[in-house]
Design a protein around this ligand. Structure first.
Ligand SMILES: [Fe+2]
Length: 247
C-alpha cells in the first residue's frame, strides 16, 4: 500500500436533514480538465454517533456543520468507483472505514491496474454486522463490487452508490462540459440505473432483480436528488429494463 495526499475539498452545499436523522449533502466530483459533476454524501445519525455513506470531503464550513451534528465514527463505502475521500475522514476523525469486500482503493476505474493507496478497516460481506442497527446490505457481484444499504427507518430508506441514480437535471455542480457529456451518455434522467456503472461494472442480472425484493419508500443516491416517498415503484421499470439488458 502506498498512501497518497488526500484529494482537496471542492464546492458543496449545506448539509440538509432530508428525513429525521438522515442528512444529505451535494458536492463536486472533478473527473478531468473542465469536467465536473455532482455527487452526494449521506450522513446517518445513530444515537450519539454519525455514519457517513458515499463520503465527500467537505470544506471548512461544511466540516464545522458536520461537527455541530455530532461525532463521525464510521464511513461506509458502497460504490466501487467512489471512496477517494474515505482516508481523509479516517485521518481527521479516526473514523472506522467499511468497504465492500473486493473494492480496492486505487486511482482510476480499472481494478486490475494501479497500486492501492489505502485499505478499509472492515470488508463487508453478506454476513457482516453493520454499524447501523437494523440496516441490511445488498451486494452486487459486479467488477468492482458495489452495494446498496437499506436503512430500517421511515418505511425503508435505500442508500445507493452508482447503481440507482436520480439526476433529473444538470445541477450547479456540473461544469458546462460535464453537463453536455453526461446528458449525451444518458445520465440525466430520473429514476435511472447508472449507465456508466451498468456498462463498466457489469452487475449480474440476478443481483439487479434482487433490488425488486427490497422494501423501501425513499432512495438516497450518490448522484442526483433524493427520492422521498414511493421510490421502489419509481425505480421498478428501470431495474427491470437493466436486468433484461444484463441477462
Ligand atoms: Fe459515481
Amino acid at each position: 500500500m502506498t498512501p497518497r495526499p488526500h484529494p482537496s475539498a471542492h464546492p458543496h452545499g449545506e448539509i440538509r436533514e432530508v428525513l429525521p436523522g438522515i442528512y444529505f449533502v451535494t458536492g463536486t466530483l472533478k473527473m478531468g480538465p473542465g469536467i465536473r459533476f455532482s455527487r452526494n454524501m449521506v450522513i446517518v445519525r445513530e444515537a450519539d454517533r454519525l455514519i457517513a455513506i458515499n463520503s465527500i470531503r467537505l470544506g471548512d464550513a461544511g466540516l464545522a456543520q458536520l461537527e455541530g451534528l455530532g461525532k463521525l465514527t464510521d464511513v461506509i463505502r458502497l460504490a466501487g468507483f467512489h471512496g477517494m475521500d474515505d482516508p481523509f475522514y479516517k485521518e481527521r476523525y479516526g473514523a472506522k472505514i467499511w468497504a465492500i469486500k473486493g473494492q480496492p482503493y486505487i486511482a482510476g476505474f480499472d481494478i486490475h491496474k494501479g497500486k492501492p493507496y489505502f485499505s478499509a478497516d472492515v470488508e463487508i460481506d453478506a454476513t457482516t454486522e453493520l454499524p447501523i442497527a437494523g440496516a441490511k446490505i445488498h451486494i452486487f457481484g459486479s467488477t468492482p463490487p458495489e452495494a446498496v444499504l437499506l436503512l430500517a427507518r421511515h418505511g425503508g430508506a435505500l442508500v445507493a452508490g452508482d447503481s440507482l441514480q436520480n439526476w433529473g437535471r444538470v445541477d450547479p455542480y456540473f461544469s458546462f462540459l460535464g453537463g453536455i457529456m453526461m446528458r449525451a451518455m444518458g445520465f440525466i434522467r430520473t429514476y435511472n440505473v447508472g449507465p456508466g456503472w451498468l456498462k463498466q461494472a457489469k452487475p449480474p442480472a440476478n443481483d439487479l432483480r434482487g433490488l425488486l425484493g427490497l422494501e423501501f419508500d425513499h432512495l438516497l443516491p450518490a448522484h442526483g436528488e433524493a427520492v422521498l416517498g414511493g421510490a421502489a415503484a419509481c425505480y421498478r421499470p428501470s431495474i427491470e429494463w437493466a436486468a433484461k439488458r444484463c441477462s
